[in-house]
Design a protein. Structure first.
Length: 599
């Protein structure tokens, strides 16, 4: 149906169908895969360790304090795993629910500002956006952060544009506090305030939205900041007291790390993910905001006209998006996922333009070209893969899959959609294709990639090899290995240099060489200049690397120094910990190495 002739009030069946489709799209594949690197296994391990040890206030990873992030996302993951009794389902629930919550907030605010028709179009737009669906299906912190920042922006905008609404104002600031306890940058909705203040001072020609722009008062701002601070201190103050009153130096290091290193220092002097200032504009937003970015050449002039008229409904979200992009661009450390909190605000700004944009020939031709290009590239890649072209052969070996026929079929689907829908509905074609692509990825894609991305089967072989009394040292450990270990496992600290890990590992192995083993990845073998590596057991290729299991007897006579590195025993790997109750797939339990058990 033409969106311009939809009735002003949509029947409840339309909203029910939209909600059901949103749940289907975002939840498809739930429970069909394990956590995948880089971040998912870490947070799943944090969550299960909380459930096993009961230590919820300060997160741990493999027995070691985890100071990179505050605990809210890990609490949410632990709750999801505990409620479902399944790691495979529970670890993805926070992102799924946060995605649905973010969607509901933007639909509701767009509906209140512009009517039901535009509210529904805004929901379709955000569901079409590549990065939004990707993160709703990924167990990273950023989707939950985006929910809290969107709730914060919702509260502020309800007060600013539809207010006064001081309850929403206070809730918005409280949500920002929860966002700070999720990933530090939960304050991003404060980027709405400069334009709000400017309009209140008489900038442009004042607000021409519905009603009057609620004045931004210092008293209200202080009250809101008080709500934000109260939420942060609800966790932060006990954490500071616990770590400051303890004699454990590792707790003091945790406090300083999470309060200073992971905040101001990480922003101003980042040590990882270093990118140029234009990284987001040139390399992230063109794909992250696809297909909405295709409408920008026609949206920008309209935004400019609205801003010149002083339309706060446009100026506030657009200015906030610009300020947030600039804020993250000024930091040397950049990741594409940092742009996710900008997406709901961008959709809110785009919402009133959508009825006209979906009818204009220019954006639709751009969408038509995009679906032709995507389909052509996928089809060509599938065809070249079937012809055993060398780069694609290497890709197949790296990931252990050969999806050539499926890529060819997806390419044909894209071209078929383009032929049926025609250029005048190119935006519809590219949206439908992306939804079909998500359906394929969440089913067949998961089933193909999970054996390669998850070390579940490899760790089953480790348990069978070391036997019921065996113990394993993880050199330069990865969280996904520790997550699936059901043999008592130790490691030597996440940030410990390998030259310090090795002598400590040799000393640990020498204490019981007949029952202690060391798991080594291929890239670390060159650092081992002592021992008989020929005694090792080849565990095969896993997650782009080859793995070797070495007995303690292979390192007799090697240099040892027990004090060279800390030693951590992973509580989730211990017999009787109960961690495996959350694994619904086949996993070895210590003492039952001949087979596997089912919960």
């Amino acid at each position: 149906m033409n969106p311009l002739i939809w009735p002003r009030r949509l029947p409840w069946t339309v909203w029910l169908a939209f909600g059901a489709f949103a749940v289907l799209l975002l939840a498809l594949g739930l429970g069909w895969r394990d956590p995948w690197p880089a971040d998912e296994p870490r947070f799943a391990l944090n969550a299960i360790e909380m459930l096993v040890t009961g230590d919820f206030w300060i997160p741990h990873r493999g027995g070691e304090l985890y100071a990179d992030k505050p605990p809210i996302f890990m609490w949410a993951s632990a709750l999801g795993i505990w409620l479902t009794g399944s790691m495979r389902i529970g670890f993805l629930l926070p992102s799924l629910l946060a995605g649905l919550g973010t969607l509901a907030l933007i639909v509701d605010l767009s509906r209140r500002l512009y009517g039901q028709r535009i509210g529904l179009l805004a929901g379709i737009a955000i569901l079409a956006t590549l990065q939004f669906v990707l993160q709703a299906k990924t167990a990273q912190i950023d989707m939950l952060l985006t929910f809290f920042t969107t709730l914060g922006a919702y509260g502020l905008l309800r007060h600013a544009l539809l207010g006064p609404a001081r309850r929403w104002w206070r809730l918005g600031f409280a949500a920002m506090g929860a966002g700070i306890l999720t990933k530090g940058v939960g304050f991003l909705p404060l980027a709405l305030l400069p334009a709000w203040w400017w309009l209140g001072r008489g900038g442009a020609s004042g607000n021409r939205g519905p009603g009057r722009l609620t004045p931004l008062r210092l008293r209200d701002l202080l009250e809101g900041l008080g709500c934000l601070l109260a939420v942060v201190l609800a966790w932060g103050l006990p954490m500071i007291l616990i770590t400051s009153l303890s004699d454990d130096p590792s707790l003091a290091a945790y406090r300083d790390n999470i309060l200073f290193k992971q905040t101001g220092e990480r922003y101003a002097d980042a040590w990882a993910h270093l990118r140029p200032w234009y990284y987001y504009i040139a390399q992230v937003l063109p794909w992250a905001w696809m297909p909405l970015v295709l409408t920008f050449p026609w949206a920008f002039p309209n935004w400019w006209r609205r801003i010149r008229r002083g339309d706060a409904r446009t100026l506030l979200p657009v200015s906030a998006v610009v300020l947030i992009v600039v804020f993250f661009s000024l930091s040397p450390g950049k990741r594409g996922v940092y742009m996710l909190p900008t997406l709901p605000l961008m959709v809110l700004a785009l919402a009133p333009l959508l009825p006209a944009l979906v009818r204009r020939i220019g954006p639709n031709r751009a969408g038509f070209a995009a679906v032709i290009l995507l389909g052509g590239l996928l089809g060509l890649a599938g065809l070249l893969g079937l012809c055993d072209v060398a780069p694609l052969e290497r890709l197949a070996h790296r990931y252990g899959i050969t999806p050539w026929w499926e890529w060819l079929a997806l390419g044909g689907l894209a071209l078929g959609l383009a032929l049926v829908v025609k250029p005048r509905r190119g935006l519809v074609a590219v949206t439908l294709f992306l939804w079909c692509l998500w359906g394929w990825w969440s089913t067949l894609g998961y089933s193909w990639m999970d054996p390669e991305r998850s070390p579940r089967d490899m760790m089953a072989r480790v348990a069978q090899q070391v036997g019921p009394t065996g113990e394993v040292a993880l050199l330069n450990f990865d969280e996904e290995i520790l997550l699936h270990s059901r043999t008592p496992s130790v490691h030597f600290g996440d940030m410990t240099p390998i030259e310090q890990e090795l002598p400590a590992a040799m000393a640990w192995l020498a204490e019981a060489p007949s029952r202690r083993w060391m798991l080594v990845v291929d890239k670390d073998l060159e650092d081992i200049d002592c021992g008989e590596l020929g005694q090792g057991f080849d565990l095969g290729h896993q997650n782009r690397h080859d793995w070797l299991l070495l007995p303690g007897s292979a390192f007799a006579g090697c240099p040892q120094d027990r004090g060279a590195a800390p030693l951590y025993l992973a509580p989730t790997s211990l017999p009787g910990s109960g961690a495996w109750r959350y694994f619904t797939e086949t996993l070895p339990v210590p003492g039952e190495v001949a087979g596997v058990t089912h919960r």
